[in-house]
Design a binder for this molecule. Structure first.
Ligand code: PGA
Length: 269
């Protein structure tokens, strides 16, 4: 199965100059890697998600590279245009050349009160505009402590079920354009991580649940996110249920981001 390593840059870097330095570094190191290894086809797919202000520039810069570009969010209100101050639509994202968007990140759920209905709208707009979705789910520390992880992810995954109920013929599109990222909220940016066994069990549950929604979703890509770094990436990559990583902090340096990608490359050989 193709592995994916996705960098969520969040509200970083501060300047376009720093964005360019990061991109140059990434592209130079990816080119070096391609020259020195013959197993290019086994490579995990890389993707980066810059903030909206940098999206068009990053997308243009990566156009001829193997690295994909994603938005971090899209408007729930309209797939195209409208009087929605501060929003960017799926169509506008697509126009930059970006082919994906992250949706439902816990920071969006927490700071922007994104509801299940809102996420259903966003997912619908993305899929209908040809934008792939990296859909983030995961429990809080309190929910983890009382062992509610599986209940929480089931509830969050019901957005996919609702989309299929509304648009049954989107099942095949979703099979190609949906990735689930399991990110325990308590592991994001904290340096705390669940055990690989815990992640593996949760991923197995997610894969089974999504497969129950539609036959075409029988081999869903499920990434782990939350304090993934160059030191712990190998242990996650070694588990067959973990198809890659969604990386925050460690994606802001080409070295650590590519070290994580290398861990998934090695695991796929
Ligand atoms: P982190 O963030 O790698 O900094 O923990 C992950 C994420 O928020 O996607």
């Amino acid at each position: 199965m193709q592995a994916w390593v996705i960098g969520n840059w969040k509200q970083n870097p501060a300047t376009s100059q720093d964005v360019n330095i990061l991109l140059d570094d990434l592209l130079a190191n990816v080119a070096k890697k391609d020259q020195t290894t013959s197993e290019v086809s086994n490579r995990c797919q890389l993707m980066v998600a810059p903030s909206f202000i940098h999206l068009a520039a990053v997308s243009a810069c990566l156009k001829d590279s193997s690295i994909l570009c994603a938005a971090q969010d899209i408007s729930a209100h309209s797939p195209s245009t409208g009087a929605y101050t501060g929003d960017c639509s799926a169509q506008q994202v697509s126009d930059t050349g970006a082919k994906w968007t992250i949706l439902g990140h816990s920071e969006r759920r927490q700071y922007h009160q994104e509801s299940q209905d809102c996420l259903l709208q966003k997912m619908t707009h993305a899929i209908n505009q040809g934008i792939g979705v990296v859909f983030c789910i995961g429990e809080t520390q309190t929910q983890y402590d009382v062992k509610e992880t599986l209940q929480v992810v089931d509830e969050q995954l019901s957005v996919i079920k609702a989309l299929l109920a509304q648009q049954p013929d989107s099942a095949n599109l979703l099979a190609e354009r949906l990735i689930v990222a399991y990110e325990p909220v308590w592991a994001i940016g904290t340096g705390k991580v669940p055990t690989v066994e815990e992640v593996s069990k949760t991923h197995q549950h997610i894969k089974q649940t999504v497969a129950g929604f539609a036959d075409s979703l029988g081999s869903m890509t499920v990434l782990y996110g939350g304090s993934v770094n160059a030191d712990n990436a190998d242990s996650f990559a070694a588990d067959a249920m973990i198809d890659g990583a969604l990386v925050g902090g460690a994606s802001l340096k080409a070295d650590s981001f590519l070290a994580i990608a290398n861990a998934f490359d090695r695991a796929s050989l």
